[in-house]
Structure formats: C-alpha cells, structure tokens
Design a protein around this ligand. Structure first.
Ligand code: XIL
Length: 366
C-alpha cells in the first residue's frame, strides 16, 4: 500500500519545516539582553562617552545590553578633576542613553588606587582627612541616587605581591593615608549616600588556575570575611574576569569553589569586566575565535550556575573599542603587529563572533 502525500499536505509540510528552521535561526540570534531578562539576570557592557557618537555601535550596545557601566566617566580624573569641581556631563550622557532604553546602570568606581588627579594625593599629604574620600562618595553617588543598580565602591585594593600581611595593595594613596580602614570608610559612606544601590568590592585575577590567582582569591575572601564580621555594608563581589586564554589555564572546579566561598559569606557576585586577551594565540583568527569561545562557554557555565550570580558585563562589546588594544593600558595584551585583540563578543565590524554565541548558549537558547 503506498501513501501518496497530497500536493496540499506536501506544501504544508514543506512550509512548516521552513518556518521551523526560520524560528530556529531567530532563536539562535536572540539578543543577549533578551536571554538575560528571561533568567532575571543582567547582561551588558562598559561604554565610553566618545563612543556615543558611533550610532551603529551604540545600536548594538542597546540591542544586547540591559545594563551599562561607565568605562571611565565616573573615575576620579574624569568626574572630579579639581577639588571644588565635579564634571558629570559625560557620565550623564551615558546615563541618559541607558535610561531611554530601559537599561540599568552600575557605577565604576568610587575608590581606586589609579587615575586619581594629582590634587587628591597632594591634599592627602597635607592632611589625611577622611572627608576627601567621603565627600566625593556622597557627591557622586548623590548625583545618581536611586538610578544606580550598583556601585564598585572599592576597586583593586588587593596586591599580595607587595607583601602586605593581608595581601592588600600598599602602593595606594588611600592605603597610605588611612591604612586598611579606607575600605570600610568608603562602604559606610556609600551606604549612607544611596541605601538602594548594591555595594560591590571589585577586583581582578581571581579566575584562573595559578598561584597568583589563588593568592588573590584567598586575600579577597579574607578581606570580605573581615568586612562582613565588622558589619561593613558590602553586598557583592565584582569579579572582573580579564582572562588570558594563552597565558593561564582555567579550571572549572577551582572557579566554582571560589564562587561557593563568596556565597558562603552571604555575598552576591557579578562578572564585571569580562574579556579574553588572545595574545600569544595562533595566527589563524578563526582558530583563535573558536578557542576563546570554548573558554568563554566553560567560564560562563560556571559563573551563571548560581542564584548568587547577578549577571555579566563585558569590558566593551566590540573589538572596535577594547582596552586590550589600548597602547597604554593594553600594554600587557596588545599584539606587537598592531592587530586588534579579539577579546569581545562582536568583531570590529560589529559582527557576532563565536564568543557571542558561547555567551548566548550559556545564558540559554530562547
Ligand atoms: C581601564 C579602561 O579600560 C581604560 O580605558 C582607562 O583608561 C583606565 O581604566 N580594571 C578596572 C578598569 O577596574 O577600571 C580598568 O579600565 C581596567 C582594569
């Protein structure tokens, strides 16, 4: 007995399979913010004020992100260039862009050892007055009160290589002026300045399987345990996650154990500055892209596998703008031949790279 499919049923079956494949294709391309929204997670990136004019780039940012962070506009040298002058214009421009597109904002950073204008160190040398730090926190957080999802209150206070007994960074104007107390001073001032913002401690080189990262993880956990014991108002840890694909190795179990230790302290966490330096990788770009995507998937699967994870931000969205290629800041990561690092989800032309698909799959395929 032969079953002859009628012409009508053949056409409808063919149409159904075409629609199904189109649907699958659309699902595969679902933006990262949509995937993050469905899991009540945040996904976004760092932006700089001079990128706002690059409309195709900012359209990609808006398509993919439900949260933004200022890459530079809220650092002391940008926002507080002179003792009695604050400059919010650039940071406000990014804040307006975000609010017009229903994006959250996170503030970076209120207290860092780097990029402080010269007047700060000079004033601290005159008199180590806590108000130099607390006035800044009150003014800057006050300007955005109620509009910030979170703040990196203190950034990169750790540096075990410098030999401090608790692994803290000795070469810091804040540590030199106030000792370790500056950290709790900053957090208490921040809580008072905006009780609704989540308060983060943010640091780097916490992710990989190496003696250096292990020492930094231990120092961070020790610091956070001390802050919690002293009832310092800290809510979460920012794990910057500037990975180096060909200079370090990643071990899921080690990273998962670290995240579990953070949770045990009653703290949330975010991946706050994700990118992957591809320096020392193969010359073949497709091979490099594939290997960075594989590492990204392995990393994100662990990072996102917890209710303590608030989300992921990449440090930039496209290789068009990445600190990894910056002649000064990217000096450790730049390709000597001047080619751009390929450490972000979109390439120079804003095309989604394998890394984008790796993050998409880790967030969930919708
Ligand atoms: C870097 C920016 O990418 C540069 O554009 C800026 O000139 C200096 O700061 N860890 C951090 C970030 O917390 O603030 C740094 O960002 C990169 C390392």
């Amino acid at each position: 007995m032969t079953f002859l499919m009628s012409r009508r049923s053949f056409i409808s079956a063919a149409a159904a399979s075409v629609l199904a494949s189109v649907a699958r294709a659309e699902v595969a391309e679902t933006p990262l913010r949509v995937r993050a929204d469905k899991r009540d997670l945040l996904f976004g990136c760092a932006v700089q004020q001079d990128q706002l004019h690059d409309l195709p780039f900012m359209q990609a940012v808006a398509r993919e992100s439900n949260i933004l962070v200022h890459e530079t506009a809220l650092k002391w040298d940008d926002v507080h260039p002179e003792p009695d002058r604050y400059h919010f214009f650039d940071a406000d421009a990014i804040a307006v862009f975000a609010s017009q597109r229903n994006m959250k904002l996170r503030g970076h950073t209120l207290c860092w050892y780097a990029v402080n204008p010269p007047w700060v160190e000079a004033k601290l040398a005159e008199k180590a007055d806590e108000r130099i730090l607390t006035d800044h926190i009150e003014r800057v957080m006050g300007h955005y009160r109620g509009r910030m999802h979170s703040w990196d209150v203190v950034n990169e206070a750790l540096e075990p290589k410098e030999g401090h007994p608790e692994g803290l960074r000795k070469d810091s104007i804040w540590q030199k002026a106030f000792g370790t107390r500056y950290i709790e001073i900053a957090f208490h001032a921040a809580r008072q300045a905006d009780p609704n913002a989540l308060l983060f401690y943010n640091d780097y080189f916490l992710e990989m399987d190496s003696a250096e990262h292990s020492a930094r993880r231990a120092a961070l956990l020790r610091l956070c345990e001390t802050l919690r014991r002293k009832n310092v108002p800290i809510d979460a840890v920012g794990i910057q996650s500037h990975l180096q694909a060909y200079r370090q190795t990643y071990n899921e179990k080690i990273f998962a154990a670290f995240l579990s230790d953070i949770r045990s302290l009653g703290l949330k966490y975010m991946i706050t500055e994700y990118d992957v330096a591809d320096i020392d990788g193969p010359a073949d770009i497709n091979k490099r892209d594939a290997e960075l995507a594989s590492l990204t998937r392995r990393f994100m699967d662990v990072a996102l596998d917890s209710s303590s994870c608030l989300g992921v931000l990449t440090w930039g969205l496209s290789d068009r703008y990445s600190w990894l290629s910056d002649p000064i800041w990217g000096s450790d990561y730049r390709w000597p031949d001047g080619q751009l690092s390929r450490g972000l989800p979109l390439d120079w032309n804003l095309k989604r790279k394998p890394m984008w698909y790796a993050i998409a799959r880790a967030l969930g395929s919708y």
